[in-house]
Design a protein around this ligand. Structure first.
Ligand code: GLU
Length: 484
C-alpha cells in the first residue's frame, strides 16, 4: 500500500504544541514508510479562516523542518489542497449521496433546533437532532420547496453499530443512536468539516489518518461517509491527548503557547521535535536515550508504540531538552543566532566586524552551557558587555565585606596587575600564590574573586571569565569590591 498521510490544519489560529505533534507524527510516519506527507488547508469555516494563519502555519512547519510533498503552495496530483477551492468535488459527492437516497433536506430553523435541544434537556435526554425532517411527508417537503424555504443536507445515519478500527485503541464501537443525522452542506451551500474531510481523505487517497483523540467521535461519522460513497476506509490512529500540568486538557489557560511564542523565546526546532516525540510515543524504550536526531526519530517511529493514556506537557523537560541542543550547537552558529538578541538588548551595534564577532563568540561560549533557551542569553551575557555591577545583593555584599576576602582580592589584584598573559597556566600560578599568602584554598579562595568579578555565586568557569573580561575590567571590578 502506498503510504499517504496528511496534516490538515484549520487556519483559524496559530499552531501550538498539540497540532504540531500531529503534524510531526504524520511526517515521521511518512518518512519512515517512504510515503507522502500532504498539507491540506481546511478552511471550510470561512468566517474564522484567514490567509494570515495559513501563512503562519506553513512558516511554522518549515521552521520545524517538516517538509511536505504535496500542498496548496506545491501542487500535486490530488489538488487543489485548500478546501475552499474544492467546492465542485463536494457537490459531485453530494449528488452521489442524493442518488443513493442517504441524504435528505432538513428545513429546521435555528429556532426549531434550539427548542428541540431545550425540550430534550428538560426531559433529561441527550441533545441531538431528532431526524424529524428525515420522515417528512412528500407533500410537506413539496410545500417547503414551493415556499423556497432554506434547508441543509443531512446524512441519514443508518441504525447500526459503528465500529472504528483504530491502530492505537483497537476496535472502538459507537451506537448509531448517539450519532445524530449530521449536516453535510449548509443552507449557504458551503460544506461542513465532516463532509469535506471524508471526501478529501478519500479523493486524496489518504492511507492513514493520524490525528488527536478529540476527533474519535468525528471518525464515527467519517467512516459512514466512506461506506456510503463506496470508498475504502483509510486506517485510523487517534493519538492520546496532551494534558497541562494541572491534569486538564492543554489549553492557553494551563500553559499552551503557540509555536511562534516558543520560537521567540529561543527554543530550537530540533529540540521541540525531540521533546514532542515524548508526547504519547515512547522513544525512551531505546536504552534511556533522550536526545534523538530527526533521522533517528524517523527510523524508530512506530504508531504501535503510541500509548493510549494522555501525556503531560512538561515545560521543564522541554527546557532541559533545549539546553542539551544549545550546548551542542556549533559556537559560530549559536553566536550568529544570538546577534539579534544582543542587538535588541543594545549590547552590540548593528554592524559586527569580524573582530567583534570573535569577542562576542568568546562571551557566548562562556554561557553556552548555562542557557535553557536563547532568550536567557542576554541577561547572562550582560556582565561582559556592561560595567554596571554594583554588588548590591546582600548575600554578595556580606561575603565581599569580610576582612579575609578583602585581603584575597587585594593580593590577587596585585599579582594580576603585573601578569603579561592570562593563560590558564599563569592564572593557576596566581591562585596558588594567593593561596599561599592568605592561607585559604578551594571555594573560600575562588568565591570572593568570582563575586567581585560577576556579582554571582556561580556561572562560567572562573579562568575563562577572567580571560574574557581582561586585565583592566578585572582590576576595576576588584577595586570596586574592595571599596565596599
Ligand atoms: N482541521 C482539523 C483540525 O484542525 C483536523 C482534521 C483532521 O485531522 O482530520 O482540527
Amino acid at each position: 500500500m502506498d503510504v499517504r498521510v496528511r496534516f490538515a490544519p484549520s487556519p483559524t489560529g496559530l499552531m501550538h504544541m498539540g497540532n504540531a505533534r500531529t503534524a510531526f507524527f504524520n511526517w515521521l510516519f511518512a518518512r519512515k514508510n517512504n510515503g507522502k506527507f500532504i498539507l491540506r488547508i481546511e478552511d471550510t469555516d470561512v468566517e474564522r479562516s484567514t490567509d494570515v494563519f495559513t501563512e503562519a502555519i506553513t512558516q511554522d512547519l518549515s521552521w520545524l523542518h517538516l517538509n511536505w510533498d504535496e500542498g496548496y503552495d506545491k501542487g500535486g496530483e490530488y489538488g487543489p489542497y485548500r478546501q475552499k477551492d474544492r467546492g465542485a468535488l463536494y457537490q459531485k459527492h453530494l449528488n452521489v449521496l442524493k442518488e443513493k437516497g442517504v441524504v435528505y433536506p432538513c428545513y429546521c430553523t435555528p429556532e426549531d433546533l434550539d427548542e428541540m435541544r431545550k425540550n430534550q434537556i428538560a426531559k433529561g435526554q441527550m441533545p441531538r437532532y431528532d431526524s424529524r425532517c428525515r420522515y417528512l411527508k412528500d407533500s410537506q417537503r413539496d410545500q417547503y420547496e414551493r415556499e423556497n424555504k432554506s434547508f441543509v443536507w443531512r446524512f441519514a445515519v443508518p441504525k447500526s453499530t459503528i465500529v472504528v478500527q483504530d491502530m492505537i485503541r483497537g476496535d472502538v464501537t459507537f451506537d448509531s443512536d448517539r450519532v445524530s443525522d449530521f449536516v453535510l452542506t449548509k443552507s449557504s451551500g458551503s460544506v461542513t468539516f465532516h463532509f469535506a474531510v471524508a471526501v478529501d481523505d478519500a479523493c486524496m487517497k489518504i492511507s492513514h489518518v493520524i490525528r488527536g483523540e478529540d476527533h474519535l467521535t468525528n471518525t464515527a461519522k467519517h467512516v459512514l461517509l466512506f461506506d456510503a460513497l463506496s470508498y475504502e476506509r483509510p486506517k485510523f490512529a487517534h493519538m492520546p491527548m496532551i494534558l497541562g500540568p494541572d491534569g486538564s486538557k492543554l489549553s492557553k489557560r494551563n500553559g499552551l503557547s503557540s509555536l511562534a511564542d516558543y520560537r521567540k523565546q529561543g527554543f530550537l526546532p530540533e529540540a521541540i521535535l525531540n521533546y514532542m516525540s515524548f508526547l504519547g510515543w515512547a522513544p525512551q524504550k531505546y536504552e534511556d536515550k533522550e536526545i534523538f536526531s530527526l533521522g533517528e526519530l524517523s527510523k524508530y517511529f512506530d504508531v504501535g508504540d503510541i500509548g493510549k493514556s494522555p501525556s503531560m506537557f512538561d515545560f521543564v523537560k522541554l527546557k532541559w531538552v533545549n539546553s542539551k541542543y544549545l550546548s551542542r550547537l556549533d559556537i559560530d552558529h549559536l553566536t550568529t543566532m544570538a546577534l539579534p538578541l544582543l542587538r535588541e538588548s543594545e549590547f552590540i551595534k548593528d554592524d559586527v566586524s569580524e573582530e567583534n564577532f570573535v569577542q562576542v563568540k568568546n562571551i557566548v561560549a562562556l554561557v553556552q552551557d548555562q542557557i535553557n533557551s536563547l532568550s536567557e542569553l542576554p541577561s547572562l551575557c550582560e556582565m561582559y558587555f556592561k560595567d554596571t555591577l554594583t554588588h548590591e545583593d546582600p548575600e554578595v555584599k556580606v561575603v565581599l565585606e569580610e576582612r579575609t576576602n578583602k585581603e584575597i582580592l587585594l593580593t590577587f589584584k596585585e599579582i594580576l596587575k603585573d601578569l603579561e598573559e592570562f593563560s590558564d597556566k599563569n592564572l593557576k600560578e596566581t591562585f596558588k600564590m594567593v593561596q599561599k599568602k592568605i592561607g585559604v584554598k578551594g571555594k573560600a579562595l575562588y568565591l570572593p574573586i568570582r563575586l567581585a568579578l560577576s556579582s554571582k555565586m556561580d556561572g562560567a568557569e572562573l579562568y575563562k571569565m577572567i580571560q574574557v573580561l581582561g586585565k583592566k575590567r578585572c582590576i576595576d571590578r576588584i577595586n570596586k569590591a574592595i571599596l565596599l
